[in-house]
Design a binder for this molecule. Structure first.
Ligand SMILES: [Zn+2]
Length: 373
């Protein structure tokens, strides 16, 4: 399945630039700037990232980004990393990738916000051009992220809107979720709404339903990053040992009815402890650590939510879209049709023109259609 899966047309909607570098590139850039990193080979460094990311806490997980962002402070490094990012997407069979990153974290060596966005765009275009030369069809879009613990969100929202005709497709907030709700960034979200700019928000990862609701109400989010804790808004009956869905709570109902996309990232969700709520809810004093089997995505998929599956941070998770799909296909015994549904969901909630979304759906349908032949 794995080689086959890699060749099938796929979409990546939740993929951080600063979490998706090649270990080899981190290694080389660190050597160039005399920065010390863990390990003496790229393989050792890769392992260090994965182990550090397996912290069970979003706040600790985010600390690994100090290493990567330190190396992404020049036009040259941003362009290189963005072009490699696209090459790796293409190698994984991705036909459309949304690349998210926070320009405000790339100004330590004097880059302006505009220069940073343009440098990343140069890299994406370089990567797409290279892919095209090799006969691949790939499209990308930047999602400009503001950090939720900082106070620059309005400025970053303006940056996103300014570059919307040159590669930017949406806006996001990231960083520590708990204690930094979307309502702290009301001005930015009001501005984005007035500008009709698509918004996705990390929510329901390290905080609960109130955070998801705030992303919908204040943020007018068209998609939710992770949203695993939306599971808390689904009521089940346990009669006869079967868990039948009884009722969707108001937040789940809103998301279901309006086809709001859920950008789920299984490996990352395990690494950051986003699934701890599942085992903690079982009432045992010392619950065992959650496993992939505890991930609610298969339930959401079965219920008809717009579930999508994403890598979040390819370096930190040692992963890719194909690998995430492979893991969940095995765990939940998903059929090829269900994997295709995940891709169709992603195409339908992508921050692209409707015409482009339909075009991507055709490519996905054709690709998966050949599977049985
Ligand atoms: Zn993320």
């Amino acid at each position: 399945m794995s080689t086959k899966l890699r060749k099938l047309p796929k979409i990546s909607l939740h993929d951080h630039l600063d979490g998706g570098l090649r270990a080899q590139t981190v290694f080389e850039l660190a050597a160039e700037s005399n920065l010390e990193v863990a390990g003496s080979t790229a393989a050792e460094l890769q392992l260090w990232f994965e182990q550090s990311a397996n912290s069970g806490s979003l706040v600790d997980y985010l600390k690994t980004f100090d290493v990567t962002t330190a190396l992404m402070q020049t036009k040259k490094s941003l362009t290189r990393i963005a072009s490699e990012f696209v090459a790796d997407l293409v190698a994984d069979g991705v036909i459309y990738g949304e690349v998210r990153w926070a320009p405000e974290q790339h100004q330590l060596q004097g880059l302006t916000l505009d220069e940073a966005v343009e440098a990343v765009q140069d890299g994406l275009e370089l990567g797409m051009h290279e892919a095209e030369k090799q006969g691949h069809w790939v499209r990308t879009g930047q999602i400009i992220t503001a950090m939720r613990q900082s106070d620059r969100s309005l400025e970053i929202a303006e940056l996103a809107v300014k570059h919307r005709d040159s590669g930017v497709v949406g806006f996001d907030i990231a960083g520590p979720e708990l204690g930094f709700p979307p309502s702290m960034h009301q001005l930015a979200f009001d501005y984005l709404a007035a500008e009709l700019m698509p918004v996705t928000i990390h929510a329901g990862e390290a905080d609960g339903l109130a955070s998801i609701r705030d992303a919908l109400v204040t943020g007018r989010a068209l998609r939710i990053g992770h949203g695993v804790r939306l599971f808390e808004d689904i009521l089940f009956s346990h009669e006869d040992g079967d868990a039948d869905v009884v009722e969707l709570g108001p937040v789940a109902r809103y998301i279901y009815d309006r086809g709001i996309g859920l950008e789920m990232c299984p490996t990352s969700n395990l690494q950051t402890g986003a699934l701890n709520f599942v085992v903690e809810g079982e009432g045992e004093e010392e619950p065992e650590a959650p496993t992939l089997a505890d991930h609610p995505l298969a339930v959401f998929l079965e219920l008809g939510f717009k579930v999508t599956v994403n890598p979040d941070n390819r370096l930190l998770g040692g992963t890719s879209v194909s690998r995430e799909l492979e893991l969940i296909a095995k765990e939940f015994e998903l059929s090829a049709d269900e994997i295709m549904t995940l891709q169709m969901n992603a195409a339908s909630v992508a921050f692209q023109d409707r015409e482009h979304r339909e075009e991507m759906m055709d490519v996905i349908e054709q690709g998966f259609g050949q599977l049985g032949k």
